[in-house]
Design a protein around this ligand. Structure first.
Ligand code: ZN
Length: 462
């Protein structure tokens, strides 16, 4: 640029600036914080707070007449790196990226930023000695989680200052109640509750109720749940503190209690809600063959996985269901001979094979309890001699029951019982009274009529 051209450029810029200032003054209700026009850079909105921050001044000398601040936002896309986004979306120079990376390195791994994370950058724009508009990033803020925000300031200096700001986390409790009309899920929606909380409740009561099969119309529930806030803004729900579910007229109550640094749930009297399975389906009998991925089959003469545990015992030895559940199969099936399948909950089922016979009333749909005799040892199907082949299924996998760590079924320890009972009394009192629950019923003509439910017993704290 020649001297003359530069001179003209400065005048032209000045005129444009004055014109724009006038235009923005008359167009904008608040010209001080208006977005500058006429530059290819500003695509974001100005940051009011920063605009009054005295420490972020335009760099440079007396020739620089005026500086403008604005914020641009970029989003880290899937597979994109932090530095790539800075370079391509925010026009950072490689030295600016380097300074930023050095400042951030001790605080976090920028390679592990979730896709969708937004990077807000404050730029200071000024006219340099040559009359050119220069924009320099001075501050970056990036919300890396609901609870943490990375803030880097003084980006234009040799050693920028990086900190991770932790949100102030608070929590309070919310109470909900609902009645099953169409479905459990729908009951959560009509109660104005996030249906995801229903899933948590179903997990708590999974050992008592099979929520896939046993939910009945007019079942009802009520619960107290923690709501978590970051800087006063709700970021979701925490643990259920107390819950009650009335299934086909029977109530189940769960109270949260922290024990051994774990969140556990107990009945109001301190008993565990969880039922451990029996260690063995036979009172007497020894394991003759354990669970193995590979085994030489004595009859088929091939290497075959043994996905169960064999218990050697005389024909006629009683076989017990290892847990509460419902018989889903009782009959003959190929090499398994006479067998029984017991479904315990949505996750677990057990199978008992080579039986000589079944106990009375054991047929599909029959309810069985832990320890109940369901059949008798035999040698039906492919068996070299009388034994029980026992299988444990977790979801779609056959698992080694001896390697399984089932949840503890221990009650609240005696030395903590008084503390637990005091907490239980307090959280049960926080649950909405059943009388507050309004059931919508349909009358004979199919029109909804409203009826308040009463008469259900409140849970008793011993
Ligand atoms: Zn076997």
């Amino acid at each position: 640029m020649s001297h003359k051209k530069k001179y003209l450029a400065v005048i032209a810029l000045g005129l444009i600036g004055i014109t724009l200032a006038l235009v923005s003054y008359f167009v904008s209700p608040n010209p001080e914080i208006d977005t500058p026009i006429g530059s290819n850079l500003p695509t974001g909105r100005p940051d009011e707070q920063l605009a009054t921050d005295p420490e972020v001044e335009a760099p440079g000398e007396a020739q620089i007449t005026e500086s403008t601040k604005y914020v641009r936002e970029a989003t880290i896309g899937r597979g994109a790196t932090f530095s790539h986004v800075l370079a391509t979306q925010l026009d950072f120079s490689s030295s600016q990226i380097h300074r930023l990376a050095e400042a951030v390195r001790p605080l976090m791994n920028v390679r592990k930023i979730d896709a969708g994370t937004k990077v807000k950058t404050t730029f200071v724009e000024s006219t340099d000695q040559a009359g050119e508009l220069v924009a320099e990033p001075v501050r970056v803020s990036m919300k890396i989680s609901d609870r943490k925000t990375l803030i880097v300031t003084n980006l234009n200096e040799e050693n920028p200052n990086a900190v991770i700001e932790e949100a102030v986390i608070t929590s309070s409790t919310r109470a909900y109640s609902g009645a099953v009309n169409h479905s459990l899920w729908a009951s959560a929606s009509s109660a104005g509750m996030d249906p995801a909380i229903i899933t948590s409740m179903a997990e708590i009561f999974a050992w008592q109720i099979d929520f896939n099969r046993e939910v009945r119309a007019n079942d009802r529930w009520r619960l107290v749940v923690e709501e978590v806030f970051a800087n006063g803004k709700s970021i979701g729900y925490g643990d259920i503190v107390s819950a009650e579910y009335v299934n086909a007229g029977i109530n189940y109550v769960a109270i949260k209690y922290e024990l051994d640094d774990r969140t556990q749930y107990f009945q109001p009297d301190g008993d565990s809600l969880k039922r451990m399975f029996l260690k063995s389906p036979l009172k007497f009998g020894r394991i003759t063959s354990g669970f193995q991925a590979q085994r030489f089959h004595p009859i088929l003469k091939v290497n075959k996985a043994h996905l169960g545990v064999d218990y050697g015992a005389p024909t006629g030895t009683p076989v017990m269901s290892v847990g509460d559940g419902v018989v889903s199969f009782a009959g003959t099936r190929g090499g398994s001979g006479k067998m029984i399948t017991v479904r315990h909950n949505a996750v677990y089922r057990t199978e008992y094979k080579h039986l000589s016979r079944y106990s009375e009333n054991i047929r599909p749909g029959a309810r069985v309890s832990m320890g109940q005799t369901i059949g008798y040892v035999g040698a039906t199907g492919l068996a070299t001699g009388p034994h029980l082949h026992f299988e444990f299924h977790e979801g779609s996998n056959v698992v080694d029951p001896q390697g399984m760590k089932f949840p503890t079924a221990d009650p609240v320890p005696a030395n903590l019982m008084a503390d637990f009972l005091a907490k239980a009394t307090s959280v049960v009192a926080q649950m909405p009274p059943w009388s507050a629950l309004v059931l919508t019923k349909q009358d004979d003509e199919g029109k909804p009529s409203v009826e308040a439910t009463t008469g259900l017993p409140e849970p008793v704290i011993r």
